[in-house]
Design a binder for this molecule. Structure first.
Ligand code: ZN
Length: 318
């Protein structure tokens, strides 16, 4: 029987290495015993130091998640104005025509009304006067879909909408208002300030739909005013001012003026101050304040200010 020559070579090497190991142990053990107390005292120091060295060697800096850098662009309002303000009112509420129009027209301020066709039909002649008076009429959908968590929107819940259905809402409202008032609407306000359809993994934002169909899409209950050089016009911030008094309104505008912002106020009913009712007296005082040249305010419709921003950006709304 032939034996592979590698096997005896391996056995010889193994035997030799065992012998070397024994000899090494015989030499080193007495030395270790002699310094045993020193070693045991320092063993933890050595272990800890070695561990730290290993960790340091193995450590790689984690990838840095730096935020995208944006360059602040210069933006100037026309005629040296410091701030822009739009007054907007939603839902085509009756008091907007019955009470609000007279207040606005007596001061010359032009507002934006985000309407639903049904509300317009209830005061059709009044809305025609609003158009003739230079106010902007804008889209607020046909049936005002919001989350079904509001009991009144349970059967018209955004959670059950598709983008196609939402698109139909927008187109139908455009066509209806065109028929009733002869105006082509170019801005939109999200009902309830909500910008989604569907739910969970099927949920979709309908902001891109608004960007496609309108120049400006306005939100509601946003905690900021718009930076004209930066804001996404498809989701411009809207500030509720129904519940503010005159002093609060002026204070908010002064804050925006410090940063050259654009405030879009959002109201509903117009009359005596209450929940979702803009105080008519405060509104009259505010309009006077807005038009005083000393304050450097450009007050105009969402459409006019949106158009100016778009032009300044070379057509880039997003
Ligand atoms: Zn609304």
């Amino acid at each position: 029987m032939r034996i592979c020559p590698a096997i005896p070579r391996f056995l010889r090497t193994f035997h030799n290495s065992v012998e070397v190991k024994n000899r090494f142990a015989a030499t080193v053990t007495p030395i270790l015993r002699r310094f045993e107390h020193v070693i045991s005292r320092n063993v933890w120091t050595v272990v800890i130091t070695l561990s730290l060295l290993c960790v340091a060697a193995a450590w790689e800096p984690s990838p840095s998640y730096s935020s995208p850098q944006a360059t602040k662009k210069a933006f100037h309002w026309p005629a040296g104005k410091r701030v822009a303000v739009s007054l907007s009112f939603d839902d085509a509420r009756l008091s907007q025509i019955d009470k609000g129009l007279a207040v606005l027209d007596s001061t010359g301020v032009k507002a934006t009304f985000f309407v639903n066709p049904g509300g317009v039909e209830e005061r059709l002649e009044g809305w025609k006067r609003a158009v003739a008076g230079g106010h902007e009429i804008a889209n607020h959908s046909v049936s005002h879909p919001c989350t079904g968590n509001f009991p009144w929107s349970f059967h018209n819940a955004l959670e059950n909408y598709t983008l196609e259905q939402m698109s139909q809402q927008l187109d139908t409202a455009n066509a209806e208002i065109q028929r009733l008032l002869g105006v082509h609407m170019v801005t939109f306000a999200y009902p309830c300030g909500q910008k989604f359809v569907g739910r969970g993994r099927q949920m979709k934002s309908y902001v891109p739909l608004i960007a496609e169909k309108f120049m400006v899409g306005r939100g509601y209950y946003d905690e900021y005013f718009n930076d004209p050089a930066f804001c996404d016009l498809a989701q411009a911030g809207g500030t509720a001012f129904d519940d503010m008094d005159y002093i609060q309104m002026v204070k908010y505008i002064s804050q925006a003026a410090e940063q050259g912002g654009w405030v879009i106020f959002v109201g509903h009913e117009i009359g005596e101050k209450a929940h979702q009712v803009t105080d008519a007296t405060a509104l009259a005082a505010l309009c006077k304040y807005l038009q005083d040249p000393a304050h450097g305010i450009w007050v105009d419709t969402v459409e006019s200010i949106g158009k100016y921003i778009l032009q300044q950006r070379g057509g880039q709304g997003e």
